[in-house]
Design a protein around this ligand. Structure first.
Ligand SMILES: Cc1ncc(COP(=O)(O)O)c(C=O)c1O
Length: 402
């Protein structure tokens, strides 16, 4: 190995350790569930995207096993060569019907779905992509892979977006995409879809919404941000993941107009050059969608009750958060080192919650990102709130104290 490269890497890793930004994953030794085992001890998990507690649901697990029996472990091929199995076709139909759109096509992850959409639909400098500053890293990287002009507007500042769309460069662009997260992963706030849709219509742009934290979470029946705002089926394109509420395994999709999905199947590189979804994931995700369609109202009712209880508790403790209704509840504690120390103290008390600092969130806004699941009990949430109270007293700087 090149000694220069080795030295550079070692120095950067040392810097990360010194800045206390070196990530050390806890080892989870049981299924992903609101109660699990980590590093040898039982914990309440307040940090997973398992919003509907379907990752270890018996029907989802059984469906995955059935798929392995029927199709084996994997496709050993990309979709267009010999990797399209009936489980892919069935899953894509199910997603399409669930969302009430014209078509859907799957990817190995939502990361790949985003990387499939942006460079493929906006491949030239004549095109333009307008993106919220707090969009997910996969969107940022997808935009980097496109040769289109980039316009990054301040988070949720749709007046600034409108000015960009109205500027001469925006006006004369050929293909135009406006891209936003539906639910923002670090803030837990929701994009104003009706306003974005109106701007997209006025400026002949396609609105693309990454629904990763909204699918199975928002809307009366879990169909996401569009359902939340009552604008389902109104001409947006969405990307989303199967790796959060819909079973938590992996996989992503693009859903919307048939012409767009057809084009992506022909042209988007992550689907053309990377293996298709494993059959167990297809069947597991289909079972998750079935559970959501059958028991969704009860599951979503529990998720919302739990979220409201936890958000109210955080407020009562006087902790800094961001108001909202989604199950992503950030507790902002200031410095990265404080967030990491609080994470450790909470873990000692049997609560796992992940601390995030710069560069994932702005400097001085490090946070504990709490994520609520329909599978948490009221007792779980009260235990977590009691642990948060104790740890906030131990670290008064987390409330802006001495
Ligand atoms: C908003 C958003 N988009 C995309 C992704 C990537 O999803 P996947 O794990 O399916 O690649 C995530 C995952 O954290 C996300 O939060």
């Amino acid at each position: 190995m090149s000694t220069t490269l080795e030295k550079t890497l070692a120095a950067e890793l040392a810097q990360l350790r010194e800045a206390r930004q070196y990530k050390q994953a806890n080892e989870i030794q049981a299924p992903q569930a609101p109660h699990t085992r980590m590093d040898g001890k039982p914990v309440i998990n307040l940090s997973s995207n398992n919003y509907l507690a379907l990752a270890n649901h018996p029907r989802v697990v059984e469906a995955g096993k059935r798929a392995i029996d029927k199709f084996g472990l994997g496709t050993a091929s990309v979709r267009f060569i010999c990797g399209t199995m009936s489980c892919h076709v069935e899953l894509e139909r199910k997603i399409r019907d669930f969302l009430g759109c014209e078509a859907a096509t799957t990817y190995i992850s939502c990361w790949d779905a985003n990387v499939g959409v942006m460079p493929t639909l906006c491949p030239t400098p004549d095109d333009a992509i307008f993106s919220d500053a707090l969009n997910h890293a996969s969107i940022i990287d997808a935009i980097r892979l496109s040769k289109a002009q980039r316009f990054i507007f301040r988070h949720a500042d749709y007046d600034e977006l409108e000015r960009m769309l109205d500027a001469p460069e925006g006006r004369k662009a050929r293909n135009k995409l406006i891209i936003t997260d539906g639910v923002f992963s670090m803030e837990g706030d929701i994009a104003d879809l009706p306003r974005l849709k109106q701007l997209a219509n006025q400026h002949d742009a396609l609105l693309v919404v990454d629904e990763s934290h909204a699918t199975g979470v928002l809307g009366e029946t879990g169909r996401g941000t569009a359902e939340h705002f009552g604008v389902l089926g109104e001409g947006t394109l969405q990307t989303s993941t199967l790796g959060k509420a819909l079973g938590g395994a992996c996989g992503g999709y693009v859903a919307g107009a048939k012409v767009v999905c057809d084009y992506l199947v022909q042209k988007s590189r992550p689907q053309l050059f990377s293996n298709a979804l494993p059959p167990s994931v297809c069947y597991g995700a289909m079972a998750a969608i079935d559970v959501l369609m059958q028991d969704g109202r009860a599951l979503l009712g529990r998720l919302r009750e739990n979220t409201a209880r936890f958000r109210a508790g955080v407020k009562e403790l006087g902790l800094r958060s961001i108001d909202g209704i989604t199950p992503i509840v950030p507790v902002i504690v200031g410095e990265t080192a404080t967030a990491i120390a609080m994470q450790k103290a909470l873990f000692e008390d049997g609560v796992f919650v992940s601390g995030f600092g710069f560069p994932v969130v702005p400097k001085g806004e490090a946070r504990l990102r709490c994520q609520i699941s329909a599978g948490h009990t009221k007792d779980d949430l009260d235990t977590c709130l009691a642990a948060l109270k104790k740890v906030a007293e131990k670290f008064p700087e987390s409330r802006g104290g001495p």
